[in-house]
Design a protein around this ligand. Structure first.
Ligand code: ZN
Length: 164
């Protein structure tokens, strides 16, 4: 771990109320880690009995919708923006479902259940090849296995009372 400001090797130093925190001896400062934030969205229809899954170009598995927050952007702004960009759909409403640290990508995921209009036409953005509405049973079958998306899907379906 190296200092993002001066490149010096960081060591861990004890900081009261915080525990061990990376410290740069050259800057003489604690360097709290920071990492990107993204929204992970479980998109449901108004009746909450269908789930929208995405298949990305060049892949054969289905995933949930996700996107990085832009600098200075709130999650509330990122949700409708990402959904619009990726599917052409408008986000009707959303609710926070919890956060999860994704270690493989060193990323904090803010998970939301997002309601979109099922009747609106889906127009896929560049990244997505197909987006399709699935029943909860189909979604559980199609979702990428052992993924963060699957974990979120299963716990959200349980909360929605849709898990079989
Ligand atoms: Zn430094």
């Amino acid at each position: 771990m190296y200092c993002r400001d001066c490149g010096e090797k960081l060591s861990l130093r004890f900081l009261e109320n915080e525990g061990l925190v990376p410290y740069c001896p050259k800057c003489e400062q604690f360097k709290f880690p920071f990492f990107p934030v993204a929204v992970l969205m479980l998109v449901v229809n108004r009746g909450e009995n269908k789930i929208l899954l995405a298949r990305h170009a060049g892949e054969d598995v289905f995933k949930l919708f996700a996107g990085y927050l832009k600098k200075g952007e709130s999650a509330e702004k990122a949700i409708p923006r990402e959904l619009k960009e990726e599917t052409g759909l408008n986000a009707v409403k959303w609710r926070y479902f919890g956060s999860r640290y994704h270690s493989a990508k060193d990323l904090l995921l803010l998970q939301f259940v997002v309601t979109a209009d099922e009747e609106s036409e889906i127009v896929c953005g560049e990244e997505i090849e197909t987006a399709r509405w699935c029943t909860p049973e189909e979604a559980q079958t199609l979702i990428l296995k052992d993924s963060t998306a699957e974990t979120f899907l299963l716990s959200a379906l349980e909360t929605l009372g849709k898990k079989k």
